[in-house]
Design a protein. Structure first.
Length: 140
């Protein structure tokens, strides 16, 4: 970016060396254009510096996020459970996603059905613990 500011300064030196006169129409136009070029060069230089700082900041955030993802997803008990081969794998009939459940959940009291975490559709019914007594309905 230094090149732009140097070139603008060179043009300003040329204009002064030509002694165009700051009061003439041509001198006013050229001096105005050179001043504009200097302002643009400085603005671009500031933008590049800010962009460089922002790029460094984003890279740091990306590294921190990558570390956090590693800690949360790779070290979690869920990830370890998913690696085990004894997970119960069921395809949801509604959203067609594969749902994984720990078979030990069926040993808990009161668990008779499992629902898909994506769409809340019942994907498994434990018929051994299901109460087959039909609720009574009354016609009024």
């Amino acid at each position: 970016m230094r090149e732009l500011t140097e070139r603008a300064a060179y043009l300003q030196g040329l204009a002064e060396g030509l002694d165009l006169g700051k009061d003439s129409k041509e001198g006013k136009v050229l001096n105005g254009m050179i001043n504009l070029l200097q302002d643009i060069a400085l603005s671009v230089s500031d933008l590049r510096e800010a962009h460089s700082e922002l790029e460094t900041y984003v890279e740091t955030l990306d590294e921190d996020l990558n570390d956090l993802e590693g800690e949360v997803y790779e070290d979690s008990s869920l990830a370890r459970d998913m690696d085990d081969e004894d997970m119960l794998e069921i395809d949801c009939p509604n959203c067609h996603e594969t749902v994984y459940f720990d078979p030990e959940i069926l040993d808990e009291d009161g668990v008779t059905e499992l629902t898909c975490p994506n769409c809340d559709t019942v994907v498994f019914i434990d018929e051994d613990t299901l109460d087959y007594t039909e609720p009574q309905t009354y016609d009024i």
